[in-house]
Write a protein of this length. Structure first.
Length: 238
């Protein structure tokens, strides 16, 4: 008799567990999926962060200039020369630039109508523009080098006035927010920097409440790096 009742008890317990699981899944299915997805994304981001080479700062260029990998690296090396100091203390000044070769509608029309066989891939251009605007909201970069149309489209509420960045910077700017790249000594001294249009505007975004710029010490360094880029002393001056 005891031997016959035992399997019955096991079936009842198993039934309660699966009943609870079914009930939980019915009520909390999407919450569970969402939490699991968030955990996976967080783990992937942490792994990518740990595997990336350390950089003292990251700049952004957005405009109608496509550069090869070699040219991009050369520009990074030129800009590294202007960094005020080694921020992360690894013994080297390390800087990288995220390049977005984006064209305005007017620029696309001019290029496509030139008749030299060159045409802008509008689908790719739209994707890059979306990637650029999305990256802006990450707070991972504060120093931007923008083509005039992109600079004009920037909400100035997100930009740091030059008067807050350092003394006397307003003299370097037409509107108090951005500095024309062609007016800097960096542009005059480095041929590789002149691959970028002279009317490219250097500007500094305000810190966000998330991302790298939310770190006060890191953002302070980006302010100093911005100032160093704008006021870089020309090696050609006697």
């Amino acid at each position: 008799m005891d031997r016959e009742k035992k399997p019955s008890g096991e079936i009842v317990l198993r039934g309660k567990f699966f009943s609870w699981l079914e009930n939980y899944w019915y009520h909390y299915k999407w919450i569970t999926i969402g939490v699991a997805f968030a955990v996976i994304v967080l783990l992937v981001c942490l792994l990518q962060t740990c595997s990336k080479e350390k950089k003292d700062t990251v700049l952004v260029y957005a405009g109608p200039t496509y550069l090869s990998v070699e040219q991009s690296e050369q520009i990074c090396m030129a800009l590294e020369a202007a960094l005020p100091y080694d921020f992360d203390g690894d013994g080297q000044k390390n800087l990288t630039v995220n390049f977005y070769d984006i064209y305005s509608e007017e620029q696309i029309r001019e290029i496509n109508a030139a008749g030299n066989g060159m045409r802008v891939d509008t689908a790719r251009n739209s994707n890059l523009y979306q990637n650029y605007t999305t990256y802006q909201q990450t707070g991972e970069s504060s120093i931007y080098l923008l083509d005039p149309w992109l600079y004009e489209a920037m909400d100035k509420a997100y930009l740091c006035p030059l008067s807050e960045a350092g003394d006397g910077f307003s003299a370097h700017s037409a509107d108090g927010y951005g500095v024309r790249l062609g007016d800097t000594a960096l542009y005059q001294d480095y041929a590789v920097v002149r691959l970028l249009p002279a009317d490219t505007v250097i500007c500094l975004m305000r810190p966000l409440v998330w991302g790298g710029s939310s770190d006060e010490e890191a953002y302070r360094f980006e302010q100093e790096a911005f100032c160093a880029l704008v006021t870089y002393p020309s090696s050609k001056e006697s």
